[in-house]
Design a binder for this molecule. Structure first.
Ligand SMILES: [Cu+2]
Length: 405
């Protein structure tokens, strides 16, 4: 390429880049589009944004248009005297009052409506379902207080926030480590998750569907992989979901799954909990360990110490795992149509379990998500380590995990 052509192309680059960026903003099915609000809270924000954007747009056009018009109309001509000063307006009382009062008035009006909206959105919602949202490097935990006793212990889950349509959901946003921020753009604004504080946020999705979001406060190496999925279902479906979440899980009876159970009880329970593992009558249909007909006698105590990592009790009721970065239920039309109950049947699991990503996760989780810097666990390490499991152990673990419905 010759010199001038290249220069011209270099000059065009920002323009082309700008157009590409602008076009990217027009994606028709963007799941995190704030301009497609759902529910009263998001609509209220939208109703504020549109007029403010209009006012800002008018100011933009008038100021930039004016500047452009002035610089063209009064541009220097060849016969101008370049040493002469233009006429000065300094001290022009009326003009100075004008350009102070007008912007102040505009900002005052915008501020008034903004503050009113903020106060309105911060109001305690009517008849809410209360859910605690806990940010952690790098996933979200959800704990439900269904009986309004102030304890968020009826349901403990992760990744998928399941809510009934048309109900106010009063979220209490917290963090266990650093500052995160919970944001499902179509449902409401952002709310920071700050350690030691509880921040309220209300959402309400009138239509069933999935609303995607993400952590919007840089929180470490996997920040971009800390995603959010709100699953809004009909009140009836929500009812059966809450029942299933509160039901106990039984220890497995299948031989391969029992082997998986043993690995889980020795390697995984230092971080993950499966509530009910400790029950002496932990196999369905048995009332005491002595009646056990399984090839393995489950110990009555499994040392479950943490409970502050993804609770796996009803793992298979989720559609995603590891901070909603991976699909647990394959993302196909057929599988999505099975909804929350996709794993309740053998066929559902056979057809829709995203086995390859789940196995890869167990094989070497650090490779799947940027989590900790070194090969070894340092005190600062977060995330799930690599356990150097064999393929056989991985199969056994998956056989166990799929029993956690
Ligand atoms: Cu985060």
């Amino acid at each position: 390429m010759t010199g001038p052509v290249r220069t011209r192309l270099t000059r065009l680059a920002p323009l082309v880049g700008g157009i590409v960026l602008l076009a990217a903003g027009c994606a028709s099915n963007a799941p995190q589009d704030t301009l497609k609000p759902v529910g009263p809270q998001a609509k209220q924000i939208h109703n504020l944004v549109l007029p403010v954007f209009g006012v800002a747009g008018i100011v933009f056009v008038v100021i930039l248009g004016g500047a452009l018009w002035i610089s063209i109309k009064f541009r220097a001509k060849d016969d101008d005297d370049f040493n002469a000063f233009p006429e000065q307006v300094h001290g022009h009382f009326k003009m100075e009052i004008g350009w102070t009062i007008l912007p102040a008035a505009i900002l005052l009006v915008v501020a008034a409506f903004t503050v009113l909206t903020i106060f309105d959105l911060a109001k305690e919602p009517k008849d809410p379902i209360r859910v605690e949202v806990i940010g952690q490097q790098w996933w979200w935990e959800y704990r439900y207080d269904l009986n309004d006793d102030g304890k968020f212990d009826e349901i403990i889950t992760a990744n998928d926030l399941v809510i009934p349509t048309g109900r106010n959901i009063a979220l209490r946003i917290k963090s266990r480590d650093v500052i995160h921020s919970w944001w499902a753009p179509r449902l409401n604004g952002k709310r920071d998750a700050v350690p030691g504080r509880t921040h309220p946020l209300t959402i309400n999705a009138p239509k069933a569907g999935e609303y995607i979001g993400q952590c919007t406060e840089f929180c470490g190496l996997s920040h971009a992989e800390m995603r959010i999925k709100v699953v809004a279902v009909s009140p009836d479906d929500f009812e059966s979901w809450t029942e299933a979440q509160q039901a106990r899980v039984w220890n497995p009876t299948d031989e391969q799954a029992i082997e998986g159970w043993k690995i889980f009880a020795s390697t995984c329970t230092s971080c993950h909990q499966v509530r009910g593992m400790n029950d002496p009558a932990a196999v369905e249909g048995e009332t005491s360990p002595s009646e056990s007909t399984t090839p393995f006698e489950f110990p009555s105590q499994v040392n479950q110490v943490a409970g502050a990592l993804p609770d796996l009790t009803h793992f298979m009721s989720r559609s995603t795992f590891a901070g909603a970065k991976f699909d647990l239920r394959k993302d196909t039309k057929e599988c999505n149509a099975l909804g929350l109950n996709w794993a309740s049947t053998e066929e559902g699991i056979a057809k829709c379990l995203n086995r390859s990503d789940l196995e890869a996760w167990l094989r070497n989780a650090p490779e799947m998500k940027a989590m900790y810097p070194g090969e070894t666990m340092s005190p600062q390490s977060r995330g799930m380590p690599n356990f150097d499991l064999t393929e056989e152990q991985i199969d056994q673990l998956v056989a166990y995990l799929i029993t956690l419905k």
